[in-house]
Design a protein around this ligand. Structure first.
Ligand code: ATP
Length: 447
């Protein structure tokens, strides 16, 4: 097949991606059969693989390759004092207004998205209340009683348990300052207006690193981690002109923060944050020391200086990065002969399916299944014998599968299969016994 690409088109309308994601099982509304639940999303077979691959790569780069970083997996519910110490109980809120007529609730700073009021006759304007602060933490009750003493919060960010665990992890792992603690996990925010697909959800995942250093070294480590994080996004294959950094203005900075830079991606709905890199100073450890009564300061083994370490944080949203990856990967391509295809150009290391095994005829099921099972031992593989080969290639292009391996009638004679490359659509004859290594080499290749 020689179907050369002409003038590919990037994603322009989110609806096209949303529908592809539902149809192909990347991401779709949670509880769809009940009409969905606003702000909650389920990842299907392709989405779960993509997300796991992204998390694995983050863990590899941030934790495993770093002798100075330890990984943890903390509980979602922490002691409620944690959130008093962190300031979330008092301050973690957005100003919100209610419409007295239609009873809908909006963020006071996003009223341009409030639409028309459905309940007021003769007027389509909402009848807003004064703004009130609305705490974004989701609450639950622990144990049998439902009184205030039993209230607990689902964590609003994954970093606070890291501060709770700082002393234990430092001692258990025999780490010395400077070092970091990282974790990936769920966070919950009762967002007033969940929107833009998974971009603003009520349940989402964060991948966070808290790096503890001496006060004299905070600038150096801030620069270091910002550089590392930008390298990570380049490695994921983001187009350079769709990625930028944006330093926070002074009035945007959290009161305890010295510096903060957002990593932003250009979505069809504009430039938006996917990660924040923050200098949080000693705010968190000092507050947790105060509220817990445990001294979290450290003593320098050489100088004997007793000090509170400073914290440099890198806080990435796993779901937002997945969304950015999907937007970045999406291309509509017109092929020679007028045919067209949607192709998800995901980096092979992130692609949900690494290779599809496609027998040209159902009569070739035996050798094709044998190859499928061999490949499954080291990568996620899909088997498809339905429909003509062109249609099968298109299905894999949409899923972002970097390689299709076609077994044909010649394969039994020459011991080879055809490997078709998703991006160039070029085809190679590769010996069957070498296919595993051929694919692994390309899938694991460092970008
Ligand atoms: P925003 O201003 O967009 O609400 P934020 O500045 O509050 O984000 P942080 O508290 O710095 O976000 O959280 C770090 C990362 O967690 C963000 O960069 C983002 O990727 C992710 N994140 C935060 N809130 C949400 C959400 N509601 N849905 C999905 N991801 C989120």
């Amino acid at each position: 097949m020689s179907d050369e690409p002409v003038a590919p088109r990037r994603l322009e309308r989110m609806e096209d991606l949303v529908s592809l994601c539902a149809r192909r099982g990347f991401v779709f509304q949670s509880s769809e059969i009940y009409g969905g639940i606003n702000g909650f999303w389920d990842y299907g077979p392709l989405g779960a693989e993509l997300k796991n691959n992204l998390k694995a790569l983050w863990w590899q780069r941030v934790v495993r390759e770093r002798p100075d970083v330890e990984g943890i997996d903390s509980a979602i519910i922490a002691h409620p004092r944690t959130w008093e110490a962190s300031g979330h109980v008092e301050h973690f809120s957005d100003p919100m207004v209610d419409c007295r007529a239609c009873k809908k609730r909006f963020r006071a700073d996003q009223l341009e998205d409030s639409g028309k009021c459905s309940a007021r006759e003769g007027s389509s304007e909402h009848d807003f209340t004064e703004p009130r602060n609305f705490n974004l933490m989701l609450r639950t009750h622990i144990g049998a009683s439902e009184d205030d003493a039993a209230v607990a919060f689902l964590r609003a960010e994954t970093c606070q348990p890291i501060f709770n665990d700082f002393k234990r992890v430092r001692e258990a792992a025999r780490q010395k300052i400077p070092f970091g603690i990282a974790q990936i996990g769920k966070a919950f925010r009762n967002e007033i207006n969940p929107r833009n697909f998974t971009f603003r959800s009520r349940e989402f995942e964060q991948a966070e690193l808290e790096f503890f250093c001496h006060p004299s070294e905070r600038e150096r480590w801030f620069e270091h981690w910002l550089g590392e994080r930008l390298r990570f996004y380049q490695e994921l294959g983001f187009d350079e002109d769709h990625l930028r950094t944006r330093p926070h203005e002074d009035d945007e900075l959290a009161h305890y923060a010295r510096a903060a830079i957002d990593v932003e991606f250009l979505f069809p709905f504009g430039w938006q944050e996917i990660e924040g890199v923050h200098d949080r100073g000693d705010w968190d450890l000092s507050r947790h020391s105060e509220y817990s009564g445990k001294d979290l300061a450290v003593t320098d083994p050489e100088t004997k200086e007793h000090y509170m370490p400073m914290v440099i944080e890198t806080s990435a949203g796993v779901d937002r990065t997945c969304l950015a990856l999907l937007v970045n990967a999406y291309e509509e391509e017109t092929l020679e002969g007028g045919d067209s295809r949607v192709v998800m150009r995901l980096h092979p290391a992130l692609a949900p399916i690494k290779a599809a095994v496609l027998p040209l005829s159902k009569k070739l099921a035996e050798p094709a299944h044998a190859l499928e099972m061999e490949l499954r031992r080291s990568m996620n593989v899909f088997y498809d014998d339905a429909g003509n080969i062109g249609r099968r290639y298109r299905r894999q292009d949409e899923a972002g599968t970097p390689f299709c391996v076609t077994i044909d009638f010649q394969s039994a004679d020459d011991g080879k299969a055809t490997v078709r490359d998703r991006d160039s659509m070029s085809q190679d004859r590769v010996p069957l016994e070498g296919i595993q290594a051929f694919l692994r080499d390309r899938v694991e290749r460092r970008a």
